[in-house]
Design a binder for this molecule. Structure first.
Ligand code: GLN
Length: 190
């Protein structure tokens, strides 16, 4: 099982370290043809508009094909790329998970914050950096984690998205859930 981490921009190396710590074999994906070598993909945080520019048309099409058939996990900017609808400003994307996200939605004071949220019923530390807010969750989408009343980690089929940065906390549960999804993609298909 090889896990790709999209390594065009952003904090891909923290994901690599975490996935390797959990025993995964990691490939840093920098070229479209590398999508053929991997069984699952992490799209890290960064700047979603910059990702779109760096991907180019070929990279974008290849990524779009991948996320519609293989397990993918996007954090922050990665979640924005996976979303069906993006506001503030409107932005195209992969349409892989039926959510609407608003970029940079928490305003200046909450720009970057560490909050105590919930993963199911259990507490989870969450690091937010210029985070988007999930404003709409479609009927086929499962909410995995919340912060206050906001959904902050969601799953539809084999696509997972989180608006925080689990790679920056010591807690490994979110990446473990992703790796489980890669090894058993058919469990709980929405
Ligand atoms: N604000 C960024 C965006 O809109 C996301 C921030 C992040 O990934 N930490 O793309």
């Amino acid at each position: 099982m090889q896990i790709g981490v999209l390594a065009l921009q952003g904090d891909f190396d923290a994901h690599r370290k975490r996935l390797e710590q959990l025993g995964a074999k990691v490939v840093l994906v920098k070229k479209p043809e590398q999508f053929d070598e991997i069984d699952g993909l992490v799209i890290p945080g960064g700047e979603s508009s910059t990702f779109l520019k760096l991907l180019g048309e070929t990279g974008f099409e290849k990524l779009k094909q991948f996320v519609h058939v293989k397990p993918t996990f996007g954090t922050c900017a990665g979640a924005i790329l996976l979303a069906k609808e993006v506001e503030n400003p409107k932005q195209g994307g992969l349409g892989a998970i039926d959510i609407t996200v608003r970029r940079n939605a928490y305003g200046r004071q909450l720009d970057s914050s560490i909050r105590q949220g919930k993963l199911g019923d259990d507490p989870l530390e969450m690091v937010f950096i210029r985070a988007p807010r999930i404003e709409r969750v479609g009927p086929g989408v499962e909410v995995l984690a919340t912060a206050g009343s906001d959904p902050v980690a969601v799953r539809q089929g084999t696509v997972m998205a989180a608006t925080f940065h689990p790679e920056l906390s010591d807690d490994t549960r979110i990446h473990t859930a992703f790796l489980e999804m890669v090894s058993a993609p058919n469990r709980k298909k929405a």
